[in-house]
Design a protein around this ligand. Structure first.
Ligand code: ZN
Length: 290
């Protein structure tokens, strides 16, 4: 690719976790002659995902594979890892670039208010017998991840694309005060959805979601996503995605909330027999709690 061609390519930032949903979007974007800047946001030290090592490994493998595919037209930049300064001190992988997560008091406050308003009416549903949060009901509240993503996206000139999975769509619409504020835009290559500030009924919702772009309005369910991977001839990439939050011996555990949802969504071929045993045990426990 010629240097002047690269200079004229527009850069699109997208949050990428190496998971099933965001990876598909990176694959779709790779088919356009654009420059993709993937961003991985880890927040602060106390919020580090246990699965980070596996997610970053998946991203590295998928990026290499995507760059080699003849269908790829985009230039995929090295992953940008955004985190707090104390976390970044430990990092030095030359395959990635690093940037400090901006502090944004307004975002933190808005997130807290949305979080509390969603949690309070559902306290009973979310508590388990042991009094801890039942993370399998994660679709009932907004994930803490969004405050780090929002702090980053609010520091950018252009909206950063983020995926809202099917189970989060209603939470997201609640947070912005309804779907009327969602607007379709076309950037010359593909459609995206953004939130219109004038029409957004919630100031806090706009603070969190206002500088994101979304690839869809009604998030597709997993079976549709699997079909899309197949259509794009990228089942090899699908198999490299990472979903488990709490891996055991380097393999998906079968019992964390992401494993449970992945299995329930019909992706059943990614588990070892031990993980499947844990999965069935976990489902039994969950049905006993209700
Ligand atoms: Zn798991």
């Amino acid at each position: 690719m010629a240097l002047n061609e690269l200079k004229t390519m527009e850069t699109y930032e997208i949050f990428w976790t190496g998971g099933f949903d965001s990876t598909l979007r990176v694959v779709q974007l790779s088919r356009y002659p654009i420059c993709i800047q993937p961003v991985y946001c880890t927040g602060v030290a106390s919020d580090i995902r246990k699965s980070e090592f596996y997610e970053l490994r998946a991203i590295k493998q998928i990026t290499e594979l995507l760059r080699k595919k003849p269908e790829t037209k985009a230039k995929i930049l090295p992953l940008k890892i955004v985190s707090s300064s104390e976390v970044l001190k430990e990092k030095q992988d030359s395959d990635f670039i690093y940037e400090e997560l901006p502090h944004n008091h307004q975002v933190a406050q808005a997130f807290r208010r949305i979080y509390i308003s969603m949690m309070t009416p559902r306290r009973k549903q979310l508590a388990t017998g042991r009094g801890v949060l039942n993370a399998v009901n994660v679709d009932l509240y907004i994930d803490s991840q969004y405050q780090w993503l929002a702090a980053y996206s609010n520091s950018r000139k252009k909206p950063v694309e983020v995926g809202i999975t099917a189970r989060y769509v209603n939470k997201f619409l609640d947070a912005i005060g309804g779907g009327n504020a969602v607007e379709e835009i076309n950037n010359g290559y593909f459609k995206q959805y953004v939130i219109n500030k004038e029409k957004c009924k919630s100031e806090d919702g706009y603070t969190i979601f206002g500088n994101f772009a979304f690839s869809f309005y009604n998030a597709p369910l997993k079976p549709e996503l699997i079909k899309e991977y197949k259509r794009l001839n990228c089942e090899d990439i699908m198999d490299l995605t990472w979903f488990c939050y709490d891996p055991i011996d380097g393999k998906p555990c079968g019992q964390c909330w992401t494993c449970v949802h992945t299995y329930r969504d019909g992706i059943t071929n990614r588990f070892t027999p031990e993980a499947l045993e844990r999965y069935h045990k976990r489902e039994k426990e969950l049905s006993n709690q209700q």
